[in-house]
Write a new protein. Structure first.
Length: 180
């Protein structure tokens, strides 16, 4: 994307405005992906913050071969993978999702949304991390199978199988509890 190319060019020349624009543009997506992958809002916020601090430190050394979005998403995914390796395969603890607060929600709709979010978070924690990554990156990160394949270092058909298997397992785990 041309806008991202210009932002990186400005960032490489020390522009704080470019860094702020990159942060504002990608923070929400990165936080959504991190929250879905690690199932902990506070940990997700820490991970996104760590990614942006590391990104900011790169400064002039940053050379992107692909898209900025793919780079930022890969940063989040890799940081989560690193934390998982450190945790040594401890079972994922399902955290209660933070209550969505907005003046636009009425209490009944908010309660339904909270319950659906909790159920989906629990179901996502019940599938393999590879499948969870593919499902989240495809649905929430809006990445293509090709981009996900590159990130996971696997073939596109493998990503497609992981996506289909992940969706099928989520359907079984949810057993019709959440309407789409």
């Amino acid at each position: 994307m041309l806008e991202d190319t210009i932002l990186i060019w400005k960032f490489n020349r020390g522009s704080a405005d470019a860094l702020r624009t990159i942060y504002e543009k990608y923070r929400g997506t990165m936080l959504t992906i991190a929250t879905a992958l690690c199932n902990d809002v506070h940990l997700a916020e820490d991970i996104v913050q760590d990614c942006f601090v590391a990104f900011a430190k790169k400064g002039r050394q940053l050379k992107l071969a692909g898209s900025l979005k793919a780079y930022m998403t890969a940063s989040v995914v890799n940081r989560i993978r690193d934390r998982r390796r450190v945790a040594k395969h401890q079972p994922a603890e399902v955290q209660q999702p933070e209550r969505l607060q907005s003046f636009g929600y009425d209490p009944q709709k908010s309660a339904i949304l909270d319950e659906q979010t909790r159920m989906l978070s629990t179901a996502l924690a019940g599938i393999s991390s590879e499948m969870r990554e593919v499902v989240v990156l495809y649905t929430r990160g809006r990445m293509t199978y090709k981009e996900i394949a590159k990130l996971q270092n696997v073939s596109i058909p493998t990503v497609q199988r992981r996506y289909r298997s992940g969706i099928d397992k989520l359907k079984v785990l949810l057993d019709g509890e959440v309407e789409s």
